[in-house]
Design a protein around this ligand. Structure first.
Ligand code: NDP
Length: 322
């Protein structure tokens, strides 16, 4: 089968299509025919070597497709089922295996492509808005990179929960998308002082929570956007990692809370994975949550997809379609 592998770390040019043996499902695994693959920012770090992987390495973890075979110990899945997961071992490929415990059936009202495009970002937005800082009516939230994959989902979910949303993005077109997704106010954080702008828009009060996936370039100023005892949710590093941090700053800026969450810890229990996915899929089926596919690429053009994501040219979610 064809798969995208890296043999060394580097730029998008190290992504190469190789002919590799079909993977075989272990007793607790499913083997699927991959139909759509979600491209995620973390794969840029893996490709570059910031998060090292043993080489050669088949890229990718998020995919949706049809079950081809099930391991001998698997219950609850059968060949022909449509499934999605973010835990594939090598998703940028024609076939891939996943532990059955980490896979979920796609309901009839959601296409396989929609499932791949909404899964990881949708579950992330879900835990951020409902568990890390459970938003409700009257809350004010600042969402950075609001037109990105997670950003657009988070704006929509925050809106469903009645929060007022301030969204940042680098271009006018991106800010228009964030606005459509529910951001009440949008801010160009590349040309304006977003902390001053948030303070102005909230009459000096600040926001209850900042959802920051950008990291290095936004972290410090984001703390200045928070009200007393507000929560800083740092969940990504699209501009680079945040340097070491003195906790005393949280005291000085108003008894702030800081958390650095990751998706795995919010879907570790099977029941939690299933309940979040039920919400996600039912909102999509009812048309309450829009999935924006910002680009579709064949396997051969994977390098182009990585280039665009890294150059912050994308909105919504990029998928490889097989
Ligand atoms: P996005 O679609 O949000 O893409 C990244 C966006 O970040 C860009 O489009 C850009 O938006 C903004 N950005 C700001 N500065 C830079 C920079 N220097 N280089 C590149 N982009 C920049 O990606 P995802 O939705 O896939 O993921 C968002 C972040 O969340 C990633 O860092 C990812 O690793 C993280 N993540 C964390 C999870 C968790 O559980 N902790 C789970 C899922 C994702 P603009 O042009 O508007 O500035």
């Amino acid at each position: 089968m064809r798969a995208v592998r890296i043999h060394r770390n580097g730029g998008p040019e190290v992504l190469q299509i190789d002919e590799v043996p079909n993977p075989v499902a272990a007793p607790d695994e499913l083997l699927i025919d991959v139909e759509a693959v979600g491209i995620n920012f973390i794969e840029i770090y893996q490709r570059e070597g910031l998060y090292p992987r043993p080489l050669p390495f088949v890229m990718g973890a998020e995919a949706a497709g049809t079950v081809r075979s099930v391991g001998s110990a698997v219950t609850g899945f059968k060949p022909g089922d449509r499934v999605v997961s973010q835990s594939f071992k090598g998703a940028y490929a024609e076939r891939a295996v996943v532990p059955a415990i980490r896979a979920v059936q796609i309901p009839a009202g959601v296409s396989t492509k929609q499932a791949a495009a909404s899964w990881l970002q949708g579950l992330t937005a879900h835990y951020l808005a409902t568990s890390t800082f459970p938003l409700h009516q009257g809350h004010r939230a600042l969402v950075h990179a609001a037109a990105g994959g997670v950003g657009l989902m988070l704006c929509q979910m925050a809106k469903m929960r009645g929060a007022t949303i301030y969204g940042t993005a680098s271009t006018e077109a991106k800010r228009a998308l964030a606005h459509e997704a529910g951001a009440d106010e949008t801010i160009d954080y590349t040309s304006t002082d977003f902390a001053a702008e948030v303070k102005r828009l909230t009459n000096g009060a600040g926001v209850n929570v900042v959802y920051d996936s950008v990291g290095k370039t936004t972290f410090e100023k984001s703390l200045d956007c928070l009200m007393r005892r507000g929560m800083m949710v740092l969940f990504g590093a699209s501009s680079g990692p945040v340097p070491p941090f003195d906790p005393q700053i949280l005291n000085r800026k108003g008894s702030l809370f800081l958390t650095r969450p990751k998706l795995d810890d919010y879907i570790h229990a099977r029941e939690e994975l299933e309940s979040r996915s039920r919400d996600l899929f039912s909102w999509i089926e009812r048309g309450e949550l829009k999935v924006r596919i910002g680009g579709e690429f064949p396997l051969d053009n994977v390098a182009e997809a990585h280039r665009e994501l890294q150059a912050r040219q994308t909105t919504g979610k990029l998928v490889l379609v097989l």
